[in-house]
Design a protein around this ligand. Structure first.
Ligand code: NAD
Ligand code: UFG
Length: 331
């Protein structure tokens, strides 16, 4: 069975391509390389022994996209391709609405024209806005606090409408919590351009002595130690979640929405403690002001995904840091 993976040379897409191949699926990647490198295709081959088909193409190029879907006739599509930097989305919102929303519409149209009916979408816990309580269930109220989040919310709405209009279409919306870590081979992982915004990539660069110290954004939140609490999930666990979601779609369930997280919240200070123990030395940090827009706590209620698709994250926080650090050392 052939799966079209948009954004498949990116961070989560490349790990999912590995899981798909290991589970016997054929993988066709479409990526415009705006935030990844074509060499990832060879790394996927090194890990799995199978080289995915690769198209360097932009989802905004409707004609090329249509021709790829027509030629490949995939059974399903997993849609990772998108822009994801929250700060940049505030500065250049039209770029985000254009790329993420229009790119998704083009993809859905190409699927409809070619009779492809199974769709998995990369959504985010950002659609819960500032949740009233934790753990967060899939039926909690949704809201957006920035243009990036608004694109995820809009696309989820578009998918609900598309499904209402054509209930032969099977859709899985996966809301990721905080993906971190890397494949244990150290061949693929997260390699952000410039100074990272997210906690774990920033910690990696401090440990590699490319940055002097970690800035901990506030210690006066209503959490166990005052620092922000999040649900960090190993990227290979997340990748497995996509295989389980595809298997669910094969049973023609209609439209489903699942949180993909561990259900455990760790504070920034706990993150520093675990990484320091993996490194065998203290990671330098300073407490600074809160970062605007941050929330106190965000972690998943994972019961629905466990019950309906058998998803349960297996890897520990220590695994996430060991594998992330291994990737950092090799790259
Ligand atoms: P990534 O940037 O590593 O991967 C996205 C890939 O999509 C990149 O390879 C990029 O080149 C490609 N792409 C972007 N626009 C494209 C277009 N118009 N046409 C073709 N290719 C295009 O990001 P990631 O972390 O792997 O995220 C994958 C998806 O998961 C994104 O939709 C993101 O919003 C979502 N997500 C990520 C996180 C996270 O923390 N990493 C959390 C929640 C949701
Ligand atoms: N943090 C620091 N210092 C840093 C970076 C982060 O203290 O240098 C703290 C933050 O204040 C927060 C926690 O570490 O408490 C995690 O921050 P991240 O930036 O790594 O992640 P967020 O939870 O803020 O946001 C991420 C993505 C969003 C996505 C969300 C939920 O950036 O796009 O996860 O999936 F919506």
């Amino acid at each position: 069975m052939k799966i079209l993976v948009t954004g498949g040379t990116g961070y989560i897409g490349s790990h999912t391509a590995v899981s798909l191949i290991e589970n016997g699926y054929g993988v066709v990647i479409v990526d415009n390389l705006s935030n990844s490198k074509e060499s990832v295709v060879d790394k996927i081959r090194e890990i799995t022994g199978v080289k995915p088909v690769f198209y360097n193409a932009d989802l905004l190029d409707k004609e090329t996209l249509g021709a790829i879907v027509k030629r490949e006739k995939p059974q399903s599509v997993i849609h990772f391709a998108g822009l994801k930097a929250v700060g940049e989305s505030v500065a250049v919102p039209l770029k985000y609405y254009g790329n993420n929303v229009v790119g998704t519409i083009n993809l859905l149209e190409a699927m409809a024209e070619n009779g492809v009916g199974d769709f998995v979408f990369s959504s985010s816990a950002t659609v819960y806005g500032k949740p009233a309580s934790v753990p967060i269930r899939e039926d909690f109220p949704l809201s957006a606090t920035n243009p990036y989040g608004a694109t995820k919310l809009m696309i989820e709405g578009i998918l609900r409408d598309v499904h209402a209009a054509d209930n032969t279409m099977n859709i899985a919306v996966l809301r990721y919590f905080n993906p971190v870590g890397a494949h244990k081979s150290g061949l693929i992982g997260e390699n952000p351009n410039g100074i990272p915004n997210n906690l774990v990539p920033y910690m990696m660069q401090v440990a590699a002595e490319k940055l002097d110290f970690l800035r901990v954004f506030g210690d006066d939140y209503g959490t166990k130690d005052g620092t922000g609490v999040r649900d960090y999930i190993h990227v290979t666990d997340l990748a497995e979640g996509h295989v389980l979601a595809l298997k669910k779609l094969e049973k023609k369930p209609g439209m489903v929405v699942y949180n993909l997280g561990t259900g455990i919240g760790y504070s920034v200070l706990e993150m520093i403690g675990t990484f320091s123990s993996v490194l065998g030395r203290d990671l330098p940090y300073k407490i600074v002001e809160r970062r605007p827009g941050d929330i106190d706590e965000c972690y998943a209620d994972t019961a629905l995904a466990e019950r309906e698709i058998g998803f349960k994250a297996k890897k520990s926080l220590r695994d996430m840091f060991e594998d992330g650090w291994n990737f950092q050392l090799k790259n």
